[in-house]
Design a protein around this ligand. Structure first.
Ligand code: ADP
Length: 483
């Protein structure tokens, strides 16, 4: 069991082990700004050790397991994670500052990823291809070997689940570098993985700083595939490092996702979803619905109702389970404040704002949610991912303009379309350049089964769903001549 007072170690070869440096990193509770734990500061030597362990597993005990056996291990892991759901949710809530019910939902999704990929492990088929007479040609899906996983701090459990779950199901052995800001739930989950039957080396977790452990992982020639979720700049650095040894990369780099509200939408159903899509996890969500585009005929009504809902929102400590917790760090709060200062300086209208509860600890990283109205598309607030509880609203006159505004973004991760008109639903869904489009809903409740990923600066490759298994495998074609 992890204890708050413990100095957490690395997890390599199913054993807790100190970092070669002997150094540690302080873990801060965003709700009160206080240090409550320490993690090991892993570096290049530890990554090298973890890659070695993973390689041995990939050609040894893990590599020789049948797909059905791998599935059974994942299934047991899913059950152990579900049983430890409350403990994992508490760890993640304290580590990230997210309200408890959100952390609980993440723990549930975490178990569900392992369950989903447990069932998928023995259903990854190749094909046979008609060819010349005298040949039988077949394709088989093989694991890459050792996969690297660089995880961000916003949803550690969910992103670990979708990425490591799929990679293991496909037969890879994994080296994980969680974010330095939030990794305690993952260290605990790794222990549960060993308990579920993962052989030593199949899963290794090396905590540490991005430019040290993260960079060492991306550069390591023993890594056969890297899956990265995080910011576009770091994603570029990871892809460049991986290119040094021609290592394939999957990048999920966030977004500035539009929610498009037509005047004929069912507003009662739309409004709570619009608000939730930006305040969930304090706006620190890759797929946050951070731009709302509103048809001019409904502008006054939608804006007034959104403003009313924003005014009722309360931010406070994760343990109070309010609408919002704190941001992850002082650095992240400052980033959000810089954007809000720019909005003020450029005369943008603050149409609605929530509050911070009076008893919130003064050193916590709180920022009330803000609704900004009539934000021009050229504004940095419309174009850039803020990664905080800031919703920008912009009006449009017709479908063509809605589409142009939605696509006027360097990103392309997710979009929401709200209208009762069936033909328009389809025209919009086809016209929007994103990896996912939701019609009259947003996010489909998490959607473990739904392929997820972006276009443009949101990245490439797909995680989640069955599709992810293709990314974690390589295709071999075998042509057999028998005439
Ligand atoms: P943020 O700046 O919001 O922390 P990042 O995209 O930098 O977001 O972080 C996502 C993940 O990438 C974290 O695990 C972080 O430690 C890691 N990381 C940061 N810098 C690097 C780097 N140069 N190489 C590899 N990983 C990195």
């Amino acid at each position: 069991m992890l204890q708050n007072s413990v100095r957490h170690q690395l997890f390599i070869d199913n054993k807790q082990t100190p970092a070669a440096s002997g150094e540690s990193i302080q873990v801060v509770d965003p709700s009160d700004g206080q240090v409550f734990a320490q993690i090991a500061r892993g570096g290049a030597a530890d990554i090298d050790r973890a890659v070695g362990a993973a390689r041995r597993a990939s050609v040894g005990a893990w590599g020789v397991m049948t797909a059905v056996e791998r599935g059974r291990v994942l299934r047991r892991w899913a059950d152990l994670v579900a049983a430890a759901g409350d403990e994992l949710a508490h760890l993640e809530s304290r580590d990230t500052g997210k309200p408890m019910r959100q952390a609980r939902a993440d723990a549930t999704a975490f178990a569900r990823y392992f369950e989903y990929y447990a069932g998928a492990a023995d259903k990854l088929h190749g094909q046979t291809i008609p060819y010349q007479n005298g040949y039988t040609v077949m394709t088989i899906r093989e694991p890459h070997g050792v996969t690297g996983h660089i995880i961000p701090w916003n949803y550690p459990m969910q992103i670990f689940g979708r990425s490591v779950g799929a990679a293991l199901a496909a037969g890879n052995a994994c080296v994980v570098k969680p974010a330095e800001d939030a990794c305690l739930s993952l260290l605990r989950a790794a222990e549960l993985g060993a308990q579920a039957g993962l052989p030593p080396g199949a899963l290794n977790v090396v905590t540490g700083l991005g430019p040290e452990a993260g960079q060492a992982l991306a550069e390591h020639p023993g890594i056969d595939h890297i899956s990265f979720t995080g910011s576009p700049d770091t994603g570029r650095r990871v892809a460049q490092a991986a290119a040094g040894h021609h290592c394939p990369v999957t990048l999920e780099l966030g977004g500035k996702s539009p929610q498009i509200v037509f005047a004929d939408a069912d507003l009662e159903a739309t409004l709570p979803v619009l608000v939730n899509a930006i305040i969930q996890n304090c706006g620190q969500t890759c797929s946050a619905g951070s731009r709302v585009l509103i048809e001019r005929a409904a502008w006054d009504q939608v804006l007034a109702q959104l403003a009313e809902r924003f005014a009722a929102l309360r931010a406070g400590p994760a343990s109070q389970d309010l609408d919002l917790g704190p941001l992850i760090s002082e650095r992240q709060r400052q980033r959000v404040r810089d954007f809000l200062a720019e909005a003020r300086d450029s005369g943008l209208e603050l149409a609605g704002q929530g509050t911070i509860v009076a008893d919130a600890p003064p050193l916590g990283f709180y920022e009330p949610p803000a609704l900004l109205a009539s934000v021009p598309s050229a504004s940095r607030l419309f174009q850039e991912e803020i990664f905080g509880p800031v919703l920008v609203a912009t009006a449009f006159d017709d479908e063509a303009q809605a589409l142009a505004l939605a696509n006027d973004s360097p990103y392309g991760l997710v979009a929401g379309v709200w209208t009762r008109d069936g033909a328009r639903q389809m025209r919009m869904a086809r016209g929007i350049r994103t990896g996912q489009v939701f019609v009259n809903n947003y996010g489909a409740g998490g959607g473990v089964e739904l392929p997820f990923g972006g276009v443009k600066h949101s990245g490439y490759g797909r995680e989640k769903g069955f599709e992810a298994l293709y990314g974690f495998t390589t295709l071999k074609t075998i042509a057999l001549r028998h005439d």
